[in-house]
Write a protein that binds this ligand. Structure first.
Ligand code: GUN
Length: 283
């Protein structure tokens, strides 16, 4: 089975859309997301554009703040403080990566955790760690929704996450653990990586190396989630998994593009609505 991220993300977006419509009918303020883009990184510009399109689709208000590459850290922090204090703004997202002269950690920590729709703030990471209510990082959250939507129960399953980033590897491992999976976090220094992967009921590939995982890495009947977004030798988009080689051996697998990617924006919109509800004390 091919797990269709486009379809599942559309379902998530339509749920958000319906809730926003309901808020409108009750004369409530619309949830609003502010996105800050520093510089003109082409990939970042595309992501930001797609976020705007997503907001428009579900009826969430969007504010785009474009700042020059030369923006100082102080100026960026000031902008964040302004948005923190603005009661009409529910979500704040600072597009990464930032120019080298700006410290990412300092910037993330400046965002009000209640508006941190990326789920990157230490308070939200701590909430995830402790299993407390909070805003979850979008890509890992999206992967959990994908598994749920195919009716896959993680309890007692062997999950192998390859990659230990703060954005994907570590949080998705915590989420899988919270669903009672047995979790292994592997990475570039792992010995016998192939053997480690072969025991996985669910393999999560998040390393950023084009087509690194072929069918020799996966157990027959495994579920394979591919977070990679790379270019192959023909400059075509591809994942960390060699899709063609693995698709018949896996029970279910996400393609690239059209797999995990579309889930990220859907969960961002979901998180913006959630931040709104938390701030407005709804539900
Ligand atoms: N750059 C690449 N992915 C992301 C993301 O999920 N959030 C932010 N803020 N920047 C990114």
């Amino acid at each position: 089975m091919i797990i269709n991220g486009k379809e599942i993300s559309l379902k998530v977006k339509d749920e958000v859309k319906q809730e926003v419509e309901r808020l409108n009918e009750h004369g409530k303020r619309v949830p609003t997301l502010a996105v800050i883009l520093v510089g003109r990184n082409p990939a970042s510009m595309t992501y930001v554009k797609n976020k705007e399109i997503g907001c428009r689709y579900v009826g969430i208000g969007s504010i785009k703040i474009e700042m020059s590459e030369q923006t100082t850290q102080e100026e960026l922090l000031k902008q964040i403080y302004t948005l923190n204090a603005d009661n009409t703004v529910d979500g704040i997202l600072v597009q990464l990566p930032l120019p080298a002269h700006i410290d990412e950690k300092t910037v993330i920590e400046a965002i009000d955790p209640k508006k941190d729709v990326d789920g990157f703030h230490p308070v939200n990471i701590a909430n995830l760690f402790l299993g407390k209510e909070g805003l979850l990082p979008c890509t890992p959250y999206g992967m959990m929704v994908m598994l749920e939507s195919i009716g896959y129960d993680l309890e007692g399953k062997e999950v192998v996450v390859v990659g230990r980033s703060n954005i994907v590897g570590k949080p998705v491992a915590l989420l899988a653990l919270s669903k009672s999976a047995t979790v292994t976090i592997a990475h570039s220094r792992t010995k016998n990586l192939k053997e480690v992967c072969q025991k996985a009921d669910v393999l999560i590939a998040a390393v950023g190396v084009a087509k690194m995982f072929d069918d020799s890495y996966i157990k027959a009947g495994a579920v394979v989630l591919d977070v990679g977004m790379n270019r192959d030798e023909n400059n075509k988009l591809c994942g960390d998994v060699d899709f063609e080689k693995c698709k018949n051996k896996a029970q279910a697998i996400t393609p690239v593009p059209g797999g995990v990617g579309p889930m990220t924006i859907a969960m961002l919109l979901h998180n913006t609505l959630k931040a709104y509800k938390l701030r407005e004390n709804i539900e």
